[in-house]
Design a binder for this molecule. Structure first.
Ligand code: B3K
Ligand code: ZN
Length: 877
């Protein structure tokens, strides 16, 4: 227990389970107002001597009966409370039958069995199975599941569960039918799934490399049948990629995906039956943006890859979550890189890390990739566990090389297939397969915080040697003092370049060397360096660290143009644009006349007038860092000045390079049919980036406004339509209102498209934004019970509209607190996610600190606050 009386779980307390469940037969009888669940498990005590009680988790269940080997237990033979059922003296081996009643139609937390519209579906990870029946709800108990589902034929013509369909039939009770599914692979209960409802199906087939045919099925509402092509193609690409890259084949005869509209996350990798948020399945050029297409491909692949990294080899306990999530994100990132552009993908990976994970790492919720403690596990599905976890796996690959990494993966599966294991087991397989010492490397799993690197160098002309000194320091994080932290083993990918843009390293065509930083301070010496080199540091972002800028703007401008590592070109451009903006912010603070960093403007001019090698990369370099990322580089953030500073730079660029941007806009129009190839997406991105500059001019120019309106009305693809609408959203007036009304009329039938309509309005920089958002809460298409809608309106405003959310009157903060309080009694997981923008209050200037803190206190006071929200709020106060 902690001070607030909440149960706290510690990694060090792990104990192997007292009982195993070899198999479980489930029977679901679905009705309109209730569902009867009968669970018959074969239970075996692991410890022969010790006759300990059997503790089963269970929440929100109506217990009907408990039987052991067919005999009903009397109430003195078990203890029942709000979270568990304890059978006091069970035999060593027995059959346990438990009957419960549950109420999916009332389940708005979307965990356990619930209804998305009329469709029954489940979400069990992490601890949702305990809302279905009493069971030891922990990932290290692996059982064979057989599931019978019975329901009304009309309402639920389709009834699905994990594994293979082994029986169907009708039941005596009129108008009802049943199915039986059996999953031959023992699995933890968090991978259980059930779906029942009126669904249509798109079918395809995949032949595995060993020649087995796998039926592929995507279930959606009938009206969406024409929006599944991209998801199906993505699935087949993912299956092929996993065979080619890791030799991993799919193992069941059928792979099913179901899309539902009400879902807490992106998707869920239930064995053989993935359940998806429809946002990550449905696409069509008219309704989905390029980002949506990429998102669908990535999430489909992610869930598919879990079949091996997560399902076949699962987690021993939830502290090990990154074992499956970090590894699977790493796998989906590499897949997407190969399917699209590796550099663009790497930049996006790094943007997520920098803009979100670094923030988490520097705030009150900072935790290691493998946390030591939690109150509510759902709060630990974080960018640290997922994305920093993926960076940790990437570093392993960098240290071992691709071949070594593959050997490590082979050994990992060879050793642990069918087991529930730990992050240590993963590292041990990597080390043993390649004979590498990864002991120090493991610090990445247990130390929180982003290591800060400082770099200095000098070149000695006499000896033609170059010395590079790097120090590492990891800041304090909650519960972990920086000075007690041990140095990390950090792979540093380094390039040295001559003044005329040549790489100095050239071994086997590799222009980059990997240095191993293991000490707190280390000097690396390079000989035969005949001229002072330009350092291209941390190529491809080879470690999740914060490198203090050590180079002059001239060097950054040089690297931005000539670095042979394309990722580092972008890195230098971003550093230069961030420092240019922050320079202006400082001048605004001081009230001195604004002076610009001309090197930055020269660099931009160079990049927009030179021959364009990759439009997507150019667009990424031209897109200025978001305020949330810039805020991380300031000690005391004034959001108004930050917004002003960024806007000044954007307008200055637009003013100086108006003709160039117009040229880019016109020249990157897609002639002919809409395509979603990386090239076509890159050109659209660049064109829309140019338009965004033209639309930022002050005063606005009618001819560019017209360009934007034309794009809105003529475009046949959602990327262009929504960009135009977004750009216009910052310019209130009758034109803007007319376009928004127009869009509403056209798309009100499409929930996913309408999410965009809500989000764009919530992200308008105009000062009436909050009142628009409040007004939209009562739009008939908005619903607090639909997570996508909550994210689109409330999430977009509080996390994606820095300047308006942080308005100095504090209304953004109190609005968010009101929403969190309201949502907490509907869906605690989603409510807890919304708290995030308030947690970093210490980064802001004094007046905002007080206002933000006040709202955290107000939330904390709510009687009966969920453990989800309570943990985050209390850790942040
Ligand atoms: N494993 C799920 C996430 C479950 C979240 C539970 N709160 C999706 C994924 O990472 O693939
Ligand atoms: Zn995952």
């Amino acid at each position: 227990m902690n001070q607030a009386g909440k149960t706290v779980f510690f990694r060090k307390d792990y104990k192997a389970p007292e009982y195993s469940i070899e198999k479980i037969d489930l029977n679901f009888q679905l009705y309109d107002t209730k569902t009867k669940v009968t669970a018959i498990s074969c239970v075996r005590r692991n410890n022969k001597e010790n006759r300990s009680p059997l503790i089963l988790n269970g929440e929100n269940l109506q217990l009907i009966s408990v039987k052991i080997d067919g005999n009903v237990l009397s109430s003195s033979e078990y203890i029942l409370d709000n979270t568990s059922l304890t059978v006091l003296t069970p035999p060593a081996v027995f059959e346990l039958e438990i009957v419960t009643e549950i109420y999916p139609q009332e389940n708005k937390a979307l965990e356990g069995l619930y209804q998305s519209g009329p469709i029954f579906c489940t979400q069990c990870e992490a601890e949702g199975f305990r809302k279905i029946t009493y069971y030891p709800d922990r990932p290290d108990i692996l059982a064979v599941f057989t599931t019978r589902i019975e329901a009304d034929v009309e309402k639920c013509p389709v009834m699905l569960s994990n594994g293979n369909l082994i029986e169907t039939g009708s039941v005596e009770e009129g108008g009802r039918h049943f199915v039986v599914w059996k999953d031959p692979f023992p699995k933890p209960c968090y991978l259980f799934a059930l779906v029942a409802g009126r669904l249509s199906c798109v079918n395809d087939e995949f032949i595995t490399s060993s020649g087995r045919a796998v039926d592929l099925k995507i279930y959606v509402e009938e009206k969406n049948l024409n929006k599944c092509d991209h998801a199906m193609v993505s699935l087949k690409k993912a299956m092929e990629w996993d065979e080619k890259t890791y030799g991993l084949e799919y193992d069941l005869d059928t792979y099913m995906i179901v899309a539902v509209d009400d879902f807490n996350m992106g998707a869920m990798e239930n064995k053989g039956l993935n359940i998806f948020n429809s946002k990550y399945v449905l696409t069509s050029p008219e309704t989905a943006t390029d980002e949506d297409y990429i998102g669908v491909e990535g999430v489909i692949a992610h869930e598919y890859f879990h079949n091996w990294t997560g399902n076949r080899v699962t987690c021993r306990d939830w502290f090990q979550l990154s074992l499956k999530e970090g590894l699977t994100v790493f796998r989906d990132q590499n897949f997407s890189a190969e399917m699209n552009s590796p550099t663009v993908q790497r930049i996006k990976d790094v943007q997520i890390l920098r803009n979100f994970q670094f923030r988490e790492d520097s705030g009150p919720m900072a935790h290691p990739v493998r946390p030591e403690t939690y109150e509510e596990i759902n709060n630990f599905y974080t960018v640290t566990v997922y994305n920093k976890g993926a960076e940790v796996v990437r570093m392993v690959q960098t240290l071992l090389g691709r071949e070594g990494f593959r050997k490590g993966m082979d050994l990992y599966f060879h050793r642990h297939d069918g087991q529930a294991v730990t992050c240590d087991d993963f590292i041990a397989a990597m080390a043993d397969a390649t004979g590498t010492d990864l002991e120090q490397f493991k610090n990445w799993y247990c130390q929180a915080g982003t290591p800060v690197l400082e770099v200095s160098s000098h070149w000695e002309a006499d000896s033609s040697s170059f010395h590079l000194t790097v120090t590492q320091n990891c800041p304090d994080t909650p519960g972990q003092k920086g000075k007690n932290k041990k140095p990390f083993h950090i792979p540093l990918a380094l390039g040295l370049m001559t003044e005329n843009g040549k790489d100095l390293f050239g071994k086997n065509g590799c222009k980059t060397e990997i240095l191993h930083l293991k000490e707190q301070k280390q000097t690396f010496t390079f000989t035969n360096i005949a001229e002072k080199p330009v350092v291209s540091f941390l190529r491809d972002f080879s470690a999740p660290v914060d490198v203090k800028t050590f180079q002059q703007d001239e060097e950054l401008a040089f690297l931005m143009k000539y670095d042979s590592n394309l990722y580092n070109r972008w890195e230098s451009a971003t550093r230069l644009s961030a420092s240019t903006i922050l320079d202006v912010v400082r001048q605004l603070e001081k009230g001195t006349p604004i002076q610009f960093n001309e090197l930055f403007f020269d660099g931009v001019l160079h990049s927009i007038t030179e021959k364009i090698e990759d439009p997507a990369l150019l667009a990424l370099a031209l897109e200025l860092p978001p305020e949330t990322a810039l805020a991380l580089q300031l000690d005391s953030v004034d959001p108004d000045l930050l917004f002003q500073g960024r806007t000044i730079i954007k307008r200055e660029l637009a003013t100086r390079f108006q003709n160039e941007f117009l040229f880019l806009y016109i020249n990157n129009q897609e002639a002919g049919k809409y395509r979603i190839s990386p090239e076509a997406m890159g050109r659209r991105r660049l064109k829309n980036c140019a338009l965004s500059y033209l639309m930022s001019l002050n005063p606005p120019q009618d001819k560019f406004l017209q360009l934007c309106i034309d794009q809105f009305s003529k475009s046949a693809n959602m990327t262009d339509t929504i960009t135009a609408l977004r750009l216009i959203s910052h310019h209130p007036g009758t034109t803007r209102d007319a376009l928004f009304t127009d869009f509403y009329r056209k798309w009100e039938h499409d929930s996913l498209v309408m999410d965009k309509w809500f989000a764009i309005q919530a992200m308008s920089s105009h000062e009436n934004c909050l009142s628009t958002v409040k007004h939209l809460l009562s739009d008939r298409l908005f619903s607090m019970e639909n997570p996508n809608k909550v994210r689109a309106l409330i999430g977009a405003f509080s996390s994606g509209n820095h300047v308006q959310f942080h308005a100095i009157n504090g209304e953004g903060y109190s609005f968010l607190a009101d929403m969190i309080l309201q949502l907490d009694s509907i869906n605690p997981q989603i409510a807890a996610r919304l708290v995030s923008p308030l947690t970093n209050w210490k980064r802001y200037e004094k007046r905002r600190q007080i206002l933000m803190k006040k709202e955290l206190e107000r939330i904390a006071k709510k009687p009966g606050l969920s453990p989800d929200v309570s943990e985050i709020v209390n850790k942040s106060r």
